[in-house]
Design a protein around this ligand. Structure first.
Ligand code: FEO
Length: 198
């Protein structure tokens, strides 16, 4: 009994390690970003899964890698909130789209998602500017460059459907060329220092 009341008091006396360093508006916007990155993880896993069972092995690997990247983005924001003295909200996730009309439509879905993320990141930057929150502004610069790279990646892949074609052989060639396309776009690069994800 005594032990239980002591442990309860210890629990109640736990206080956050750091003082709150960002505004409630920025906290809400970053939590919204965490929710979007989390939903992107599952959306890309679902696309990768469709590709895998449809026989597009290169595309499956591509989208599973995209899911890993989104997971690392989510963690970067979670770490940022924790290190800013506020609690990140780990969200529930709705079931993502599981079936697609064509290989091309999976990359169209990817581009649309990345364009949404770019808009959300730009909104975060705008809040940081308005609030003169220089630390968050600086933290966000890597994501600004990352989004340029992500949109370029999906646009480059979608362009291949116009160049190579949409018949079975063309789709096979595109599916097999994704690793090369990714590494070419990545070498054009994000020069910003990457915030840590783990
Ligand atoms: Fe985390 Fe691809 O945006």
């Amino acid at each position: 009994m005594i032990l239980r009341s002591v442990s309860k008091n210890i629990h109640m006396s736990i206080i956050p390690r750091l003082s709150m360093r960002i505004s409630s508006q920025m906290t809400e916007a970053i939590n919204n970003q965490i929710a979007y990155e989390a939903s992107a993880v599952h959306a890309y896993i679902a696309i990768g899964s469709w590709c895998e069972r449809t026989g597009y092995d290169g595309s499956a690997a591509f989208f599973f890698e995209q899911a890993n990247e989104e997971h690392s983005h989510m963690l970067k924001f979670i770490h940022y909130l924790n290190n800013s003295g506020v609690e990140p909200i780990i969200p529930a996730i709705d079931k993502p789209q599981a079936n697609f009309d064509s290989l091309e439509s999976t990359f169209q879905a990817g581009l649309k998602s990345e364009q949404t993320v770019t808009g959300l990141i730009n909104n975060l930057v705008e809040i940081a500017e308005n609030e003169k929150d220089r630390a968050t502004y600086s933290f966000l610069q890597w994501f600004v460059s990352e989004q340029m790279e992500e949109e370029t990646l999906f646009e480059t892949i979608l362009q291949k459907f116009d160049i190579v074609g949409r018949d079975k052989l063309a789709l096979y060639q595109i599916d097999q060329s994704l690793t090369t396309i990714r590494s070419k776009v990545m070498t054009m690069g994000n020069d910003q220092q990457e915030p840590t994800a783990n």
